[in-house]
Design a protein around this ligand. Structure first.
Ligand SMILES: [Zn+2]
Length: 224
């Protein structure tokens, strides 16, 4: 069973597994939920009544906050920039502890960025700040952040379930079962067969506009 440590009080949290809900990993001391990066996630109500998600690292450092995915991403990039430029002034014990917290926060913030990309399918909002833009590109190209294990964890399956990915697979199979069979009496040219197969694949994934486009190509090359 997976356990996570609350960055605020150090309490160990385990998920109360209740079927296919999103794992909760609530801190037993009421600090909030611990994310897979080990950050504390809290839902707060703003002055105007809207809700914001705040993710906090060690030393109450805010890693990201905002009411929209775009706000949360820009605040995350801003936090990474601030952590990278945070340099301790002298070598006292207090600074050592602060430096270790900074390194911890920086590492977790970078992992959080990668999860943001995955959650929003690499659909980055417009970033006007050139330093943030450069940072996003650098983080994206940082191969050390790429997961190398090929196995699946329960976490992956739960994520696929809550993101609708498993439902899409089910839909794929349903369309596969119901699609008309291609019955042909004579040999079809290889190129047309290939384009047709791709059109069917698009249809099975629910990409109807792409399927339509490919069908046009098939028709045009068959007529020629
Ligand atoms: Zn706690």
């Amino acid at each position: 069973m997976e356990t996570r440590i609350c960055p605020s009080c150090g309490a160990v949290t385990t998920d109360e597994f209740t079927g296919y809900d999103k794992p909760s990993f609530e801190c037993p001391n009421g600090h909030g939920a611990v994310t897979e990066e080990g950050l504390l996630s809290q839902l707060i109500t703003n002055v105007d009544g809207s809700k914001s998600v705040v993710e906090v690292g060690k030393g109450n450092f805010v890693i990201s906050r905002g009411s929209t995915p775009s706000d949360r991403l820009t605040s995350l990039l801003d936090a990474i920039l601030r952590l990278e430029t945070k340099k301790p002034t002298d070598e006292t014990v207090a600074d050592l502890r602060q430096r270790s917290a900074t390194n911890w926060n920086l590492k977790r913030a970078k992992r959080r960025f990668r999860r943001w990309l995955r959650d929003y399918k690499n659909d980055l909002p417009t970033i006007t700040d050139s330093r943030m833009l450069e940072l996003a590109e650098r983080l994206r190209n940082d191969q050390s952040q790429v997961r190398t294990d090929n196995g699946w964890s329960m976490e992956d399956i739960l994520r696929w379930s809550s993101s609708g990915f498993l439902y899409e697979l089910k839909q794929y199979e349903d369309r596969l079962d119901e699609e008309p069979l291609l019955l042909v009496g004579e040999e079809i040219p290889q190129a047309i067969r290939k384009a047709f197969q791709q059109a069917r694949e698009c249809y099975r994934w629910g990409l109807y506009a792409a399927a339509f486009g490919l069908c046009r190509i098939v028709l045009e090359s068959s007529v020629r």
